[in-house]
Design a protein around this ligand. Structure first.
Ligand code: 5RP
Length: 231
């Protein structure tokens, strides 16, 4: 199976977790988008759910799929969030934000009783950090913030370059909230909790892509037999 087929298999299994009447968090990224499309088929067949999208891209996909939407302000208590991830370790700790939606994704996940991650097997790691860690920062004072982020990273026993994320045209990437992303190429994060604590203490950092203690389950589509396997 190709990576796309594995993502689809994981997303299809996740649709089976959705029950009538659920209030859902809808994740962002290619895997979450397949979930939204498959969920839309169920909705059009009569399933009643309401969703909170974690990005403008997911909002557009959900609207196209016919999924009724709400906001966290109107529906602050969600039953289940289904989202992708860039990395997942054996403790269900995640790196997210490859698509730049980490802030809304984390707010929505934190408002959900359950967060189930849908990934292909290539996202599984023993130690987080091979995927560059996204760190969302406000544009004001970016140089000072970057220096403080670098110091925070060192204080947590990590090292590696910080790169301002760019769009394809070379201009800085902006999140849905109008912020910038610093991608930290750390290679390995020996103590994710320590790094998370250090990063949130930096003024100017809005959020980071370490999702710790948020995922309650994962559906991993392994390449070995092509069948999704629930962890
Ligand atoms: C977006 C995310 C995505 O969930 C993550 O990047 C995985 O994306 P994909 O399913 O396309 O591999 O965190 O901010």
């Amino acid at each position: 199976m190709s990576p796309a087929e594995l993502k689809r298999a994981a997303a299809a299994r996740a649709v089976g977790l959705v029950e009538d009447g659920m209030r859902l968090g809808l994740g962002t990224g290619s895997t979450a988008t397949v979930f939204v499309e498959l969920l839309g088929e169920k909705v059009r067949a009569g399933l009643k759910v309401v969703g909170v999208p974690t990005s403008e891209a997911t909002r557009r996909a959900a609207e196209a799929a016919g999924i009724p939407l709400t906001t966290l302000d109107d529906t602050p208590d969600l039953d289940l969030t289904i989202d992708g991830a860039d990395e997942i370790d054996p403790q269900l700790r995640l790196i997210k934000g490859g698509g730049g939606a980490l802030l809304r994704e984390k707010i929505v996940a934190a408002a959900s009783r359950r967060m189930v991650v849908i990934v292909d097997g290539a996202k599984r790691v023993e130690t987080l950090g091979r995927f560059p860690l996204p760190i969302e920062a406000v544009p004001f004072g970016l140089v000072a913030t970057t220096l403080a982020v670098a110091a925070a990273i060192r204080s947590a026993g990590c090292a590696g370059p910080l790169t301002i994320r760019k769009d394809a045209d070379g201009t800085p990437f902006h999140t849905d909230g109008g912020h910038l992303i610093l991608d930290a190429g750390l290679g390995a994060i020996p103590d994710p909790e320590a790094l998370a604590r250090a990063l949130v203490a930096v003024p100017g950092v809005v959020e980071h892509g370490l999702f710790l203690g948020l995922a309650t389950g994962a559906i991993v589509a392994e390449a070995a037999d092509g069948q999704p396997r629930i962890v």
